[in-house]
Design a binder for this molecule. Structure first.
Ligand SMILES: Nc1nc2c(ncn2[C@@H]2O[C@H](COP(=O)(O)OP(=O)(O)OP(=O)(O)O)[C@@H](O)[C@H]2O)c(=O)[nH]1
Ligand SMILES: [Mg+2]
Length: 408
């Protein structure tokens, strides 16, 4: 059970509207092999709509209205993504979602920088000490100077930052990024291809000059020297069997500890629409993002790996499936293992309930689950038994803390 729980990565993608959350989610599903053709957020040319924008109103308006949950397996990890709406009218849904995740990825538009809703959501993350990674999106467009943007991120989001990739030019001149973590040059080609051309090379190699020209190579070397001088060292676990990049080594991985405490955000640059920088983000994410963390209940702190089953309802959705009029209650499993047809205690009613029809959310389709583990989110058919904040346990009385309540 411990191995199952440790391989789970449950996170939300958050930001101001239009930064590219749904587009990024779609590409993460694509790289994770969960879907084979990426859909797009409203566009007249493209027939397939984004997997996470499945509601009719979302398809029509090209915005996300409700949080979608999608799970998939990637390189031995089980990933649960929650794509949230950015619009403030639906912020309640997003705030609740933040109670159900172990980390977040914040998407920032290179041209717009930090926007109002992103700032508010970051406040919630700071309060909860949620580890944060930042994806600077839309590098195919002209935007702010990257060092200025880093200062803006630190100031506006009140979090330290640490670039783990670094852009070479932007907009029409965008050449790609240098990946500090894996010491490679990822070259950008403005197409929809999913494989990024990358060259393993040391910064001092003359090959760099050959690839991007002497001037840009000199500027890149200067920029990276500055980054390593100014920003905290960051030592993520090296790729399997490999060694952490010497560029990031030192100071005992102070950056990684700070990330896990929610004090420092690693920053990646890319373009979700062009499939660029997404795989690099995902590869680093699965290695450094936390597996399910302990959850505070009024009674005690619940340990995901050593405690029996417990979980709470953070969202209830009506009419998800036009063929079934029932509601679905979204349950985040905090500890242990959930099993089908097993009696669990509904703490508020003080009665036992069992579920034969619990569903897992695998991209686009739902499927019945026999078992699920801490970190997972499952859907329970609800005929009026649940309220947001309700707890289910293997028997113990627990009330989880920190669920915001809103007037109806
Ligand atoms: N040029 C460019 N456009 C992008 C990129 N990523 C996303 N977009 C576009 O930005 C628009 C908004 O993208 P979405 O993914 O819907 O943004 P969102 O953050 O999910 O928005 P809400 O759900 O409404 O909060 C869409 O038209 C995308 O095609 C990118 O890398 N480059
Ligand atoms: Mg969206």
């Amino acid at each position: 059970m411990k191995t199952e729980i440790q391989k789970r990565r449950t996170f939300a993608i958050i930001s101001h509207p239009d930064a590219g959350k749904t587009t990024l989610t779609e590409k993460l599903l694509l790289f994770g092999g969960a879907i084979h053709v990426a859909g797009a957020v409203k566009s007249n040319k493209i027939k397939k709509t984004a997997t996470s924008d499945w509601m009719e109103i979302e398809k029509q308006r090209g915005i996300s209205v409700a949080t979608s949950v999608m799970g998939f397996d990637y390189e031995g990890y089980k990933i649960n993504i929650l794509d949230t709406p950015g619009h403030q009218d639906f912020a309640e849904d997003t705030y609740r979602t933040l109670t159900a995740v172990d980390s977040v990825i914040i998407v920032v538009d290179i041209a717009k920088g930090v926007e109002a809703q992103t700032r508010k959501l970051m406040e919630v993350c700071r309060m909860r000490k949620t580890p944060v990674m930042i994806f600077v999106n839309k590098m195919d467009r002209d935007g702010k100077e990257p060092f200025d943007l880093l200062d803006e991120l630190e100031e506006e989001l009140q979090i330290h930052v640490r670039p783990l990739s670094w852009p070479i030019e932007m907009g029409v001149k965008f050449k790609g990024v240098y990946n500090l973590y894996e010491e490679k040059l990822d070259l950008y080609t403005p197409s929809k291809q999913t494989i990024t051309e990358s060259v393993q090379l040391n910064l001092s190699s003359p090959e760099l000059d050959a690839q991007i020209g002497a001037d840009l190579a000199a500027k890149l070397r200067e920029d990276i020297e500055l980054i390593n001088g100014v920003y905290p060292a960051f030592t993520p676990q090296p790729p399997q069997g490999g060694e952490a990049s010497p560029l990031l080594r030192g100071f005992g991985g102070a950056g990684l500890d700070k990330y896990l405490k929610g004090d420092l955000a690693p920053v990646f640059f890319g373009s979700a629409l062009n499939n660029f920088g997404v795989k690099e983000l995902l590869d680093c994410f699965v290695r450094i993002a936390p597996s399910p963390r302990p959850v505070a209940a009024e009674e005690r702190t619940v340990d995901p790996e050593n405690d029996p089953f417990s979980g709470f309802i953070f969202k209830i959705h009506a009419n998800m499936d036009p063929n079934h009029r029932s509601c679905i209650a979204f349950l985040k499993i905090c500890s242990g293992k959930f099993e089908r047809n097993t009696n669990y205690r509904h703490v508020r009613f003080d009665k036992l309930m069992k579920f034969s029809q619990a569903t897992a959310f695998m991209a686009q389709k739902k499927e019945t689950v026999d078992e699920a583990y801490a970190g997972d989110i499952i859907g329970l058919p609800d005929t009026g038994n649940f309220k947001i904040g309700d707890t289910l346990t293997a028997g113990e009385v627990l009330h989880f803390k920190g669920l915001p309540s809103f007037s109806p």
